[in-house]
Design a protein around this ligand. Sequence first.
Ligand code: TXA
Ligand code: MG
Length: 337
Amino acid sequence: MKTIYLSENETEKSAEILKNGGIVAIPTETVYGLAASTFDENAIKKIFLAKGRPNDNPLIVHICNIKNIYEVVSEFPEKAKKLADKFWPGPLTMILPKNKSIPNSVTAGMDSVAVRFPKNKIALEIIEKSKVPLVAPSANLSGKPSPTKFEHVKNDMEGKIDAIVNGGDCEFGLESTVISLIGEKPIILRPGAITPADIKSVLGEEIEIDKNVFSKPQINQKVLSPGMKYTHYSPKAKVFLVKGTTEKYCDFLKDKNENGIFALCYNEDIPFLKIPYISYGKKENPTEQANKLFGALRECDFKKAEIVYAHFEMINEISIAVYNRLIRAAGFNVIEI
Ligand code: TXA
Ligand code: MG
């Protein structure tokens, strides 16, 4: 298949392709998504195929107007309304009871549906012109870091999808916060730019974070979000997450100078390192880390890293989102020093 490249001004053309059953990678404020019409089962199949995504991992439905919410959900409870008022459009995905018309292939047969109202202008225009909500998983090959730049999408999807819209670099760089509003208490299934404190400030209650955000589900354990079961964000290298101060981290690495070993580090570590490194931002700036992490993980492949020691320290609530992606990239291998 020939993949065409579209500029951010060609939203009409993108919508046309989507209306005709094609699949198009589009920018959002979090990461690039691979879009298709929510009600076109054939196009949905193409998404799973292009990504190599397991069929039991459901997709997020994207809307461009709160008026369209009942096309996607069967109930829109008070708590969801409050969160929508505050955070939509924006990087928050809510799990809600699904509308019957949403195909089972979108929700992987679940009774719930993930819904998001993004704020990226290009994404909004494309949804609006498509005249239907669009499903859009991250536009990476399954298991790879999500794409935050046009080039990342091109590397993964060239020849597999109809078009890629070049919207430049994504603003946040990690995927949306996912919160389930299905049970009695809201529960965060994936941390992101909208933090537990942000949500607490609107709902006025403590917000639980699902334990599988930080730890590996047991074999055959039932998880609240199917995505939690799968390997994610992995470069080809074996990654270890190393928790500790700059001093301890650099000390830990000082005799690890074989070929292929890389430090995935903070800027502050650089002067003390004697091995090749890829930096993902300043230690005190988790927002910058969120923005650079997926690019840095992709660079590990580019530089043919074989073993990567990733430095991590918890600074604030954005660090939770960074940690969630890093610990998955590391296959839950954590070294405390
Ligand atoms: O920022 C984002 O959310 C990006 C952009 C493109 O919007 N999209 C994204 O989609 O990250 P994806 O498919 O890569 O991740 C969606 C996650 C998966 O872990 C999936 O298992 C979970 O959301 N999910 C989807 N529907 C669900 C449901 N009904 N219940 C629980 N988890 C669900
Ligand atoms: Mg994804």
